[in-house]
Ligand binder design. Structure first.
Ligand SMILES: [Zn+2]
Length: 546
């Protein structure tokens, strides 16, 4: 569109530099929005517009796509998703690490619910089928667009249950059929969580068979691999084999080398992945922190979970089995207890323990660290998470800066909405909110601050492509992830001078700075850095045109 064209834009962003998400260099252009779409990109200064934003000195980029979240249920409780919007995220992928609350049939519902207790949010489960769950998400009008995956835990729980055994032939067929139905109803693919029950009880043959269904329809397979520590290399080979044998598009989730003896192994895994990527669609994602976060019960040996989370809690009541679990924990020499923080808990009673190291809590309770862990899991009925420092910063940097790496926060939950940023920054007391990993608020701005601004390991346009265009291409999202005419107007205006993450392990609930405008489908969710309260996200159903 040329200057002087009489058409009227709803929004016109002028004087900014566009980073379009393809990986090409920034360029000066104005961006005009009509309705939910980008109507024009070019010299538009003289065009008429109902609303005009002067982006002098700012970057105009596609909305960030968070390829790895666990917001499935949290979105029902907190559809405003302020932790995402405030860092520029306009689309989230849910159902990761094998964990989705759907599909689920009657009698396994409670077990699955207990497995997902840390991302549960106290919502009533009113769904069985995949499409029904998406209807629920749609009804709350989320602020962000949603790309849903089927969690393998739910799929296997529905058909096989929580037993540790191979699926029988008819069960495998039933899982394939269910997977197919889920994709018909809008799922973009499958995720596995091969350290979590019951996903961990599946063989590679089962994963290949299920992914053949996904591959036939062009979906993706995201995997939390069978090991991220001692058996990391074998696990990467299994993931690559699954993709090669089934033909599915592979996304290795939150790639890392966990625990000190394994640091440096990513040099090898990146080579393995690179080689596979020559002939297959393979990527991975990461977040820019050296601490991970998961259930506290992830530290327990897998056999403790045979039969499901309630069987695990029963075992803790049995003197003999409790002793065995305790010994397994105590014999794990690469576990450093002062590096494991207890994050969120379910009970008010233990809320003051949030954010404290296991060693500190152990002292307080007069227990050994391993006994403390078992006590907490029992007391909180498994609804207790941890933040643990397990990675080497050099590994994290190497992974993030690799061209095949996309950015995903792995955030577990959406904290209740906090008030707009106080000025000056006043951290809220941890006790009033569940403790979360700072990645919840800081992932995307931290990549920009750390890897672009501070150490120059990525250029602006390389970093933005990892958060937008490359991610959209991986998922197969149509008309999203780029600043381009006729694309959906998911856009961010940010100040490259000011952009930075503010959330820390001490004060994790601080939103980022420098993100000024966030548009979701043409409507601002953030204006001049403040939430507008408008929620204009779409539940994106696989195969539909949105
Ligand atoms: Zn995971």
């Amino acid at each position: 569109m040329e200057a002087g064209d009489l058409s009227m834009f709803d929004w016109l962003i002028v004087n900014g530099r566009v980073i379009d998400g393809t990986g090409r260099q920034p360029f000066f252009a104005d961006v005009g929005i009509v309705g939910e779409q980008i109507a024009a990109v070019g010299q538009l200064f003289h065009a008429e517009a109902k609303n005009r934003i002067d982006a002098m000195g700012k970057f105009v980029v596609p909305g960030f796509i968070d390829i790895h979240t666990h917001f499935d249920i949290a979105l029902l409780a907190h559809p405003e998703a302020y932790c995402s919007i405030s860092q520029g995220v306009t689309t989230v992928v849910i159902g990761n690490c094998g964990h989705s609350p759907v599909p689920i049939v009657g009698k396994r519902r409670n077990e699955l619910r207990q497995l997902l207790s840390v991302i549960e949010a106290g919502i009533e489960w009113r769904w069985e089928r995949f499409g029904e769950f998406l209807d629920e998400l749609e009804a709350v009008r989320p602020a962000v667009n949603i790309v849903p995956l089927v969690g393998h835990c739910a799929l296997r729980a529905s058909i096989v249950g929580f037993e540790n055994r191979p699926a029988k032939t008819d069960e495998l067929k039933a899982m394939q059929r269910l997977m197919e139905e889920c994709m018909d109803e809008g799922a973009w693919g499958l995720s596995s969580g091969l350290i979590y029950p019951p996903s961990a009880f599946a063989s590679i043959d089962e994963l290949v068979a299920l992914n053949e269904v996904v591959a036939r329809r062009g979906g993706i397979y995201a995997t939390h691999m069978r090991s991220e520590s001692d058996a990391l290399l074998t696990a990467v080979v299994e993931a690559l084999q699954t993709a090669i044998r089934s033909g599915v598009k592979l996304q290795i989730s939150h790639h890392k080398a966990s625990r000190k003896p394994n640091w440096g192994k990513v040099e090898v895994t990146l080579q393995l992945i690179e080689r596979a990527a020559l002939s297959h669609d393979v990527n991975f994602d990461a977040y820019p922190y050296t601490a991970g976060s998961s259930y506290l019960a992830q530290l327990l040996p897998l056999w403790a979970f045979e039969g499901g989370p309630s069987a695990m809690l029963e075992r803790l009541k049995d003197k003999h089995q409790r002793q065995q679990i305790l010994e397994a924990l105590e014999s794990d020499k690469s576990l450093e207890w002062d590096k494991v923080l207890v994050a969120s808990v379910a009970s008010d009673e233990y809320r003051p323990l949030q954010g404290k190291a296991v060693t500190e809590i152990a002292n307080q309770l007069g227990l050994s660290p391993a006994e403390t862990v078992l006590h907490l899991i029992e007391h909180e009925q498994n609804a207790v998470t941890m933040v643990w420092f397990v990675m080497d910063e050099r590994d994290v940097e190497r992974v993030l800066t690799h061209p095949l790496c996309l950015i995903g926060s792995d955030a577990l939950t959406i904290p209740a909405s906090i008030e707009p940023r106080p000025s000056p920054l006043v951290p809220r007391p941890i006790s009033s909110l569940p403790y979360v990993h700072p990645r919840t608020y800081g992932t995307f701005p931290k990549v920009l601050r750390w890897l672009v601004k501070e150490n120059g390991k990525l250029t602006w346009h390389e970093a933005i492509a990892k958060m937008t265009g490359k991610t959209a291409e991986k998922l197969g999202l149509k008309r999203r992830g780029l600043v381009r005419e006729s694309y959906f107007a998911d856009l961010i205006v940010f100040d490259p001078e000011r952009v930075r993450d503010c959330a820390t392990y001490e004060n994790p609930h601080l939103p980022a700075e420098g993100i000024e405008w966030v548009f979701v489908n043409g409507v601002p969710a953030l204006a001049n850095g403040q939430p507008t309260g408008d929620r204009n996200g779409q539940v994106l159903r696989f195969g539909s045109d949105l």
